[in-house]
Design a protein around this ligand. Structure first.
Ligand SMILES: *Cc1c(COP(=O)(O)O)cnc(C)c1O
Length: 454
């Protein structure tokens, strides 16, 4: 503590005295205090000690266009001066929300040209839950209520979001999930595939959806929700057999498909949406994060035209948020999409930086601690193991956390999900910065291995 500057110490004291942090180990936080991040530019952060850090996570997967874009600050200031707030309730609207709805529908998959705005991804999934049940009620099938989701999926932290998600640690606190939400297995071959090949396991995991639909009765099932690639669960990229089989099952039964695109959306896979990458045809898509590059909170639900038509014939939808389509957030979202389009950022990800990152990242496969490197687009995961061949872990050692701390101390932010290290850098990361990321990652793997052996 004492070798930190006095300003850092003062801020860390405020944390203990006044702040209850999200997703933090409170005991650990009290002992060590938080790292204080004070500024950012491009893909780099600076902390209050003056350390420069490569942000391998784009904040929380959100800073698509990189830090320090004046255009986004400028449109926000302009909008604040012109119309800082008005709501979209009770037959009013304002230009930024309407223009953003149009821009979003232009980049969304064909046939999905309606948007409901929220303040976050969690609120987006709350909206999904209410919207799909309302939809089925309007269709004269009010008994279609159950939503099928996946173990270790992440759909946010509100009561509905955490219930839709399949995070055991979240369910344990607060008596979740709420009724009407059931979970099936995730397509996580490395962790759970056992002796099956990846292809066999992908098919097995997809078949769990059909099994669950039949068990519950299709007349009771409203929707299936899934991330195209599970992000917070550990960048879980389904085996190639998974999505085709799921699509086949969804085509057979009359239920809605919700793609949670909060991470995959807005370019992360090298396509506008993860659904574009996998050729999924969702009925609803949850969005947030990359929508505004995280510069200001905003989320939403993109809705297929057939679903929107039913809703539009249904009278009142008794749902909405004070900040739904907030004009300043909408102005930022609009400018963010303009930047992504005009600078061809997603094309560059697809053609140049994603292939380069994936190639460089896989070089880490030769490291003794690494059981698997996987990735797609600008998403990556590194599995830390004791034994490569058997995929055996270092039980109870907290290896991921050890590695994450070495990363922090060596100027790199990588996140640990158990013993899986994950990355999701900004979409504007350059080749040179990818080199920096991989070099630092290898160094931190070395330090972790040394710590384990020492
Ligand atoms: C982050 C996330 C959410 C929740 O978004 P918030 O804005 O934190 O509420 C939902 N779904 C996925 C896939 C996410 O990654």
């Amino acid at each position: 503590m004492s070798n930190k500057n006095s300003q850092t110490q003062a801020w860390q004291a405020l944390s203990g005295e006044h702040h209850l942090a999200p997703f933090s180990d409170y005991k650990q936080l009290k002992e060590k205090g938080p790292r204080i991040i004070t500024k950012a530019k491009g893909v780099h952060l600076w902390d209050s000690e003056g350390n420069k850090i490569l942000d391998g996570m784009a904040g929380l997967w959100c800073v698509a266009v990189g830090y320090g874009r004046d255009e986004l600050a400028d449109v926000a200031a302009k909008q604040m001066r012109e119309l800082p707030y008005y709501n979209l309730f009770f037959q009013t609207a304002h230009p930024p929300a309407l223009e953003l709805a149009k821009a979003v529908s232009e980049v969304a998959p064909a046939g999905m040209s309606h948007v409901f705005f929220t303040g976050s991804g969690s609120e987006g999934n709350d909206t999904v839950l209410r919207m799909v049940r309302h939809y089925w009620a309007l269709k004269g099938k009010p008994e279609k209520k159950v939503i099928i989701s996946r173990i270790n999926g992440y759909h946010g932290s509100t009561v509905a979001g955490a219930s839709l998600g399949g995070m055991v640690g979240m369910h344990e606190q607060g008596d979740l999930p709420i009724p009407g939400i059931v979970h099936i297995a995730q397509p996580y071959w490395f962790g759970e595939g056992g002796d099956l090949s990846e292809a066999e396991f992908g098919t097995w995991a997809a078949e769990q959806l059909e099994k669950k639909i039949l068990e519950l009765g299709v007349d009771t099932v409203a929707a299936f929700i899934a991330e195209p690639i599970q992000g917070a669960g550990g960048v879980i990229i389904p085996p190639e057999t998974y999505w085709p089989k799921i699509k086949e099952i969804l085509a057979k039964y009359d239920i809605l498909f919700v793609a949670d695109e909060v991470i995959c959306g807005f370019g992360r896979t090298g396509e506008w949406f993860g659904s574009d990458y996998y050729g999924l045809e969702p009925d609803l898509m949850t969005i947030a994060k990359g929508l505004t590059s995280g510069y200001i909170p905003m989320g939403g639900v993109i809705v297929r035209d057939e679903v929107a038509k039913t809703l539009s014939e249904g009278g009142d939808f008794n749902h909405g948020f004070t900040y739904s389509g907030h004009p300043v957030a909408a102005a930022v979202g609009l400018e963010n999409i303009r930047i992504l389009r005009d600078e061809k950022i997603i094309e560059r990800v697809r053609e140049e930086t994603a292939p380069y990152l994936q190639k460089r990242l896989r070089e880490l496969n030769d490291h003794p601690l690494v059981g698997e490197v996987r990735g797609l687009g600008l998403l990556g995961a590194i599995e830390l193991v004791k034994d490569k061949a058997t995929r055996q872990r270092y039980e109870g050692m907290g290896v991921g956390m050890i590695c994450r701390n070495f990363c922090f101390d060596n100027g790199l932010i990588m996140r640990a999900v158990g013993d899986t290290m994950i990355i999701a850098p900004s979409l504007v990361i350059t080749r040179e910065e990818i080199d920096e990321l991989v070099t630092k990652a290898r160094k931190c793997l070395d330090l972790t291995l040394q710590a384990l052996n020492g």
